[in-house]
Design a protein around this ligand. Structure first.
Ligand code: AMP
Length: 282
């Protein structure tokens, strides 16, 4: 098992493999690992000679200091989970100082407007923080492939734009959403839910499935209203947004067009925990 905290250490380890032209898969995470993260790791293990997972709670992507402070940090547990999968995986778990020095600041990026939709509007500066940490990690690790979950679908599209616009030369692999048996999308934030809230949260996925079914015959406006009503009428949730958008541009749609792939994007609070999910509609 290899756990490194500094760039120098991880780069020294990887240098031996880079000269042999080995492929490197990177799975960037913020830790508090669960099956969703492990499914990304499994895919990377299958497709690369070497797999690196980064565990770093990135301060520049949090627009709410309380959220940053409360974010679970469970490195010892994370190491055990990674070990249970394979002892060949390299864990890179740097400190904020190692990554940012004294300058904990995000760079500003052009993501072709993707950054202004949904999560970008709800969390100002968030995607510049994501772009900053991913650029830094790619520069340190120099991966061949990098793995991102469709759970954060907007983030996945933004990383694709980042790689293209800034010529980063990394192949981006999108991985399916890993769900609990009852449908709740796995998330590090789920740890903060009571058992009752965890059970109730399956309602969100059930509603998304109904939306997908309705989307076959109904208009975008009808489907959107349906989801909004379902969640607003269920008093245990507080709906932040439900949007139907073009998968490529992420621009909110009002009318169906031919040859366009649509997705429904949902954010709702339960017990003060912000849950995010999405579903392909056609
Ligand atoms: P995070 O630690 O939440 O920043 O997530 C790290 C990576 O794991 C991101 O690419 C996420 O999209 C992905 N991820 C998180 N939860 C899931 C899930 N339930 N299924 C698939 N990928 C996930």
């Amino acid at each position: 098992m290899f756990v490194y905290q500094t760039k120098t250490q991880v780069q020294a380890h990887l240098a031996k493999h880079i000269v042999l032209n080995k492929s490197i898969g990177l799975v960037p995470t913020m830790g508090a690992l669960h099956q969703g993260h492990l499914s990304l790791l499994e895919q990377s293990l299958q497709e690369n000679d070497i797999t690196v997972i980064s565990v770093f709670v990135n301060p520049t992507q949090f627009n709410n200091p309380e959220d940053l402070e409360k974010y679970p940090r469970t490195l010892e547990n994370d190491i055990e989970k990674v070990r249970s999968l394979s002892s060949d995986i390299i864990i890179f778990a740097p400190t904020p100082e190692e990554i940012y020095g004294n300058n904990v600041k995000a760079t500003q990026y052009n993501f072709n407007g993707l950054e202004h939709q949904m999560e970008g509007a709800a969390r100002p500066g968030h995607f510049d923080g994501v772009g900053t940490i991913i650029t830094i990690l790619f520069d340190i690790i120099k991966p061949t492939n990098a793995y991102f979950g469709e759970k954060d679908f907007q983030q996945l599209q933004i990383i694709r734009a980042l790689v293209k616009n800034y010529d980063l030369g990394v192949n981006i692999v999108g991985c399916p959403i890993f769900r609990q048996k009852d449908g709740l999308a796995m998330s590090s934030r789920n740890q903060r839910l009571s058992n009752e809230a965890t059970q109730n949260s399956t309602f969100l996925y059930q509603t998304l499935l109904k939306a997908k079914e309705l989307f076959r015959t109904e208009s975008i406006t009808t489907v959107k209203k349906f989801v909004e009503n379902e969640i607003q009428n269920n008093k245990i949730f507080e709906l932040e947004y439900f949007e139907i958008a073009d998968e490529q541009t992420l621009i909110t749609a009002t009318e169906k067009k031919e040859h366009v792939k649509y997705r429904g994007f949902l954010v709702a609070y339960i017990e003060g925990v912000r849950l995010i999910d999405n579903i392909s509609l056609n």
